[in-house]
Design a protein around this ligand. Structure first.
Ligand code: ZN
Length: 280
């Protein structure tokens, strides 16, 4: 019997490399087919190679009332990807993370979920997808571990400044989100309250001012920017007339600060000269 592993996990885990059943031991788990071995730390199976950070004190933002209610009712078996540090542990929810938070059940990679096919009634992934290198692959994995008819709830970034760098890869439009989840029957893709235009403006302006300060803007220019009005910036955009207060100072910020809050990027690249050895 696995001394360290929670019993509710043993019936749902599968090898993230080959999908086969796992044989839990006391301090490691082994794949019955490919022989891959995974460690167990503090009772949490670890399906990533790198060292895992333990962050038991951290508390994340709550999921939102309707989702907490689903967990509280406990009728559905839920996988919460990127659960973070939850305030409460629900017996019917598996918390999946890349660190060990207070209630983390499994540490792994969302691109290779270590669960058997058709295991969950619901999958939640809040503020996860912008941080995934291959969102489509992760969406496929969610599809695989869901029972037929099972539901998903996804929150992901659109007009958000850089956060959790360098693990922030994509800000998606509605159409991008729909594309990632095209295999699902999409019931609705809406703006939840935590993502409304007011929140967007607050987050963006806060990060613009923060970047300006970190970028060494003068106190005088900082005052100009923070006392400028949204109307002044909008007028400039619409008429290309008078520059809004502090415009020049923001445009002149050091590159790393601009990258946190830029409208986009210019990429210049080149095909390597020698393709021999790496070419397949
Ligand atoms: Zn395997």
């Amino acid at each position: 019997m696995p001394a360290a592993l929670a019993p509710r996990l043993t019936s749902i885990l599968a090898c993230p490399r080959c999908g086969s059943l796992l044989e839990p031991g006391s301090s490691t788990i082994q794949c019955s087919k490919c022989g891959s071995e995974f460690r167990v730390e503090q009772g949490v199976p670890i399906f990533v190679a790198e060292d895992v950070v333990v962050a038991r004190e951290h508390t994340s933002n709550p999921l939102g009332a309707e989702f907490e209610e689903i967990l509280r009712q406990g009728n559905d078996f839920v996988l919460n990807i990127g659960a973070g540090g939850t305030a409460e542990r629900y017996p019917n929810c598996i918390e999946f993370e890349h660190k060990i938070f207070r209630h983390t059940d499994v540490v792994g990679d969302a691109h290779h979920l270590p669960f058997r096919d058709a295991t969950f009634d619901r999958v939640f992934a809040f503020n996860v997808f912008e941080h995934l290198a291959d969102p489509k692959a992760a969406a496929q994995e969610i599809y695989r571990v869901l029972k037929p008819g099972g539901g998903i709830a996804i929150h992901t970034a659109f007009l958000q400044p850089l956060h959790e760098a360098p693990h922030h890869f994509y800000n998606a439009t509605e159409y991008g989100v729909r594309l990632w989840f095209a295999a699902f029957e999409i019931e609705n893709c809406r703006v939840s309250g935590n993502f409304g235009p007011g929140v967007m403006l607050a987050f963006l302006t806060s990060q613009v001012l923060d970047s300006a300060r970190l970028g060494g803007i003068s106190a005088e220019e900082e005052k100009l920017v923070s006392e400028s009005t949204i109307g002044e910036w909008a007028d400039f955009w619409n008429t290309r007339g008078e520059l809004p207060p502090g415009f020049g100072a923001l445009q002149a910020l050091p590159e790393p600060m601009q990258k946190r809050v830029a409208a986009g990027f210019e990429l210049l690249a080149r095909k390597p000269l020698a393709t021999g050895q790496t070419n397949r």
